[in-house]
Design a protein around this ligand. Structure first.
Ligand SMILES: [Zn+2]
Length: 326
């Protein structure tokens, strides 16, 4: 696979990121590489405007895929206001539909060049009433236009490459440790956790963009927060404070930038955890990261993020520690 780095893009980024004093050169290049690697995905949705059908014809186009009964139930759902939210980004739509289960079902629709794709998180295997209700809403242009960040894919490396990087002594130690001893073959999850530092790190943008998008389309962000916080913990226990801070910062910034910090119970409940982790990182990290964290809290102040009491509390605690350390 080959790709070119777009120099102008890099320069623009440097200009942008210099304001935050955070992104270093290496992350920058990785980030642009990411964007290039993902350009296929982005181009397909951004630049071409020839789609299979117009929105207003959508329902007609899909009629034959739904049974009579499902269509009737879908109509019911639509007219009873079961569609909680529906957002549009380019040619993709994301909707939440309340149904019989506690959690709303998530319906995704994409109008492509060569057809219409849709899927739903409900257990039903065939085209379902939730999808039909959402297709009705889209046909009637009942959605919110949203702008998403480029979707960045996770950077991965092959197991072969990773094994090449790990010194034999460490593998031996792992196999003899309590973590490895009970397994005849490798249990990948525990292997990955143990050798985390040999796996590629993700960029700040990877964490930020994906969480930002999940928050904007209001889909599955709770799971994402859980996995981010787990990763922060892992990195902290491996003493990789730069990585852990990167993720923590992406959570707070994504919430702030989507204006959800004051309204979402899920994140409010996580604040004691986040505050504690940030204080640990701040106390244990090296001088240059400490400077980055300090700059970030100044940035928070300048953007008047103190509208959020929980965030204010975290920053005040940080400042207290700063004073006691200086
Ligand atoms: Zn469904």
């Amino acid at each position: 696979m080959s790709f070119e780095i777009n120099t102008k893009k890099v320069l623009n980024k440097i200009e942008l990121e210099n304001n935050t004093n955070y992104i270093n050169q290496e992350q920058l290049v990785n980030n642009v590489l990411d964007e290039n690697l993902n350009s296929d995905f982005n181009n397909s949705s951004n630049t071409e405007n020839i789609y299979y059908c117009e929105e207003e014809d959508l329902l007609n186009e899909v009629q034959d895929n739904f049974s009579y009964q499902i269509k009737e139930r879908g109509k019911d759902y639509y007219y009873s206001g079961n569609i909680v939210s529906c957002s549009k980004n380019n040619n993709k739509y994301y909707a939440k539909v309340s149904g019989t289960s506690d959690k709303p079902y998530i319906v995704k629709v994409e109008i492509k060049k060569d057809g219409v794709e849709y899927d739903c998180t409900c257990p039903y295997d065939f085209p379902c009433k939730h999808e039909y209700a959402v297709l009705m809403a889209i046909t009637n242009k009942e959605y919110l236009n949203i702008e998403l960040k480029p979707e960045l894919k996770e950077k991965k490396d092959t197991l072969q490459n990773i094994l090449k990087k790990i010194p034999a002594e460490e593998i031996k130690k792992y196999l003899l440790s309590s973590k490895g001893v009970n397994y005849v073959c490798f249990e990948m999850k525990s292997f990955e956790d143990y050798f985390k530092k040999y796996y590629p790190n993700q960029t700040y943008e990877y964490y930020y963009n994906n969480l930002f998008n999940a928050l904007v389309v209001d889909v599955n962000y709770e799971n994402m927060i859980d996995s981010y916080i787990n990763k922060i913990r892992q990195y902290v226990s491996n003493q990789e404070f730069l990585e852990s801070f990167k993720i923590l910062k992406s959570i707070i910034n994504a919430y702030n930038d989507t204006n959800k910090l004051n309204f979402d119970d899920y994140i409010i409940n996580q604040f004691p955890n986040l505050g504690m982790l940030l204080r640990i990182i701040y106390r244990k990290c090296d001088f240059s990261l400490r400077k980055d964290i300090k700059n970030w809290t100044l940035e928070l102040e300048s953007k008047n993020y103190y509208n959020n009491l929980y965030l204010e509390d975290i920053v005040i605690m940080m400042n207290l520690e700063k004073e006691s350390m200086e």
